[in-house]
Design a protein. Structure first.
Length: 431
């Protein structure tokens, strides 16, 4: 029996994920999809809609709802984690924690990302333990943010479990570049023809190549991007930076390159992103309750999960069917990038087949990029240690190493504030 369990099945993203499995059921013959959540009310709403979707689209698999983690994981071949510890209330607290101290409060970057990681890592490691106990080497596919940092913790503290971290950013960028290239060249290249080259850490990557049927189109793409940025009044990245790097930074690098600008946007809250998502999720859940609805509403795209189902289901399909496809994921370096620590979890293209997920060889990024990666990787390793051990000293060192952290004489105050806000979710820090 091919069983897939989704931990965090009450997420508003779940209908998109379900649609992805329905679209691929011919090749990925799943028997059961278990949706597990600790919030029974959300699970009832999202799960009820999932049942209607599955019935209307003649799904060949059974959708099972559960609030029991061990039961859901037992005998699974794949376990997908898309959970949010503390739900959207905790995300809002993370954002405004940053705002109080003049720091970036984004949910994966800076102090906001650290707070989310401290809450999330112990829960994910508990899931990993259940996978080890109740499955025959199931693959843990983690979407929970901060995905790269969580995956770093999995490889360091649960190495016996087969795991990988995933994110939709690379596929979204690939699709946007492909659209721009087709428009500028008047050609209709297909997504399957293209392969994007990227390297770094999750939400800290740079794109540096784009091959279509073996031909590199990166010089033309960079020229299109530079010209486009020059035309915009408020571009995503300034044209000079792109001209100097000859690479496209990940969207999240704006928090490092234009910190003052991003902090100014925070100063205009409310609404923060969490407060915007509150409203989006209320609307989505309202639509999911509609008894005659069997199609995901258009509003789902506002939630920020474009291509989420594509990333998840294509990865599982490539692994199950031994396809030798290339997917951009988060996994341990293992010598793929020479000169970088073999134990580091990186985000990079990997070969995916039934034997596993193997990082493809790549040259290290130039110093202008790797210097920032070194700092943030130190922060990730220290944050993972802090989360696992409930260690305030490791948390202090993590913020001391982070380029978006507070001044050294403010670190203790920020940490105590962060821990007190999250006391319910961080018992190890208060033993």
């Amino acid at each position: 029996m091919l069983k897939v369990s989704v931990i965090g099945g009450g997420s508003t993203y779940t209908p998109e994920l379900l649609q992805g499995f329905i679209d691929r059921q011919q090749d990925f013959p799943m028997d059961e999809l278990w949706l597990m959540d600790i919030d029974p009310d959300r699970l009832e709403i999202v799960g009820g809609f999932a049942h209607r979707m599955a019935k209307a689209k003649n799904a060949r698999f059974r959708v099972v709802l559960s609030t029991n983690q061990q039961e859901s994981i037992e005998a699974s071949s794949y376990v997908i984690t898309q959970l949010r510890v503390g739900q959207m209330d905790a995300r809002r607290e993370d954002e405004y924690l940053g705002k109080r101290y003049g720091l970036i409060g984004q949910e994966t970057t800076g102090i906001g990302g650290m707070a989310k990681a401290l809450r999330t890592i112990p829960v994910i490691l508990d899931i990993a333990q259940d996978i080890q106990t109740h499955t025959n080497n199931a693959l843990l596919v983690n979407f929970a943010n901060p995905s790269g940092l969580v995956t770093e913790a999995l490889f360091r503290y649960a190495p016996q479990v087969n795991s990988v971290g995933v994110c939709n950013a690379s596929l979204t960028t690939k699709m946007e570049i492909l659209k721009s290239l087709n428009e500028n060249l008047g050609i209709n290249f297909k997504p399957g023809d293209a392969e994007i080259k990227t390297l770094g850490l999750n939400h800290l990557t740079w794109f540096y190549g784009f091959n279509i049927n073996g031909r590199d189109y990166w010089p033309q793409i960079m020229q299109f991007l530079i010209e486009e940025m020059k035309r915009q009044e408020d571009p995503l990245f300034d044209p000079t930076t792109l001209e100097v790097l000859r690479m496209l930074p990940n969207y999240y690098l704006r928090y490092y390159y234009y910190t003052e600008k991003m902090l100014e946007k925070q100063n205009h809250w409310p609404p923060s992103r969490a407060e915007e998502v509150f409203k989006i999720e209320e609307d989505l859940l309202s639509k999911y309750r509609e008894e005659d609805r069997s199609e995901p509403p258009d509003e789902l795209m506002k939630r920020g999960g474009a291509y989420y189902s594509t990333v998840a289901t294509q990865l599982l399909n490539a692994h199950y069917n031994n396809l030798d496809e290339t997917h951009v994921v988060n996994t341990r370096n293992n010598g793929a990038v020479p000169g970088w620590d073999n134990d580091w979890v990186l985000e990079l293209p990997c070969q995916v087949n039934a034997n596993g997920i193997i990082p493809l060889p790549a040259q290290p990024l130039p110093l202008v990029c790797s210097s920032l990666i070194n700092q943030v990787k130190a922060y990730e390793i220290l944050t993972a240690e802090s989360a696992v051990k409930g260690d305030r000293t490791a948390a202090y060192k993590a913020l001391l190493s982070h380029p978006l952290g507070p001044p050294a004489n403010k670190i203790s105050q920020v940490i105590e504030d962060m821990l007190e806000i999250n006391r319910t979710y961080l018992p190890k820090f208060f033993q």
